[in-house]
Design a protein around this ligand. Structure first.
Ligand code: HEM
Length: 145
């Protein structure tokens, strides 16, 4: 169970990051190019939302089935003082949930905009910040593997 969920989380991360990069830069370049917002742009924004929410579901299962979770019981407050453990049990989950919340807010706010430029601006800002947040807390010492 644990190794399957971890592998799924690890590979799904590629999909999350690739679709997020495509959608964020698509919005940025179309904003700068004063392009019209189309159904394809809507589908990109929606697909990124769905893919990142699926990663969150996988992650929440992983968090509690991972042997790392037992370190809370074994180390208690020492978790916060140990950088490698703090990354997995606190920083990575917290920062990624923040990023997924930003994608969700950006998606729902961009839908309410009536013209192209504000739609692209909302997606570009929220999805690019989310991308930076994801990249800032990826365990780069073990991934990509
Ligand atoms: C969508 C955002 C996320 C991305 C892109 C992501 C990506 C990753 C990657 C690449 C790894 C390393 C996998 C490996 O060792 O091969 C990882 C591990 C992990 N992630 Fe995430 N993650 C995300 C969200 C989350 C969230 C929200 C949580 C917790 C609620 C979480 C919990 C974990 C845990 C516990 C591990 C370590 C599992 C272990 O080695 O036992 N992740 N994540």
């Amino acid at each position: 169970m644990y190794s399957t969920i971890k592998m799924l989380h690890s590979y799904w991360a590629y999909l999350v990051l690739v679709i997020l990069v495509i959608t964020a830069f698509n919005a940025l370049f179309k904003l700068l190019g004063k392009k019209e917002y189309t159904a394809k742009d809507f589908r990109l924004a929606l697909f990124t939302l769905i893919v990142s929410h699926i990663q969150l579901l996988i992650a929440l299962i992983l968090y509690f089935v991972s042997p790392m979770f037992d370190l809370w019981g074994e180390m208690g407050g020492e978790v916060m003082k140990t950088a490698s453990v703090r990354l997995y049990l606190v920083e990575h989950p917290f920062v990624n949930i923040l990023a997924i919340a930003l994608i969700t807010i950006g998606y729902s706010k961009h839908k309410k905009k009536l013209t192209s430029a504000p739609k692209f601006k909302m997606i570009a800002i929220c999805y690019l910040i989310a991308l930076v947040l994801f990249l800032s807390r990826i365990p780069w010492d073990v991934w990509p593997n």
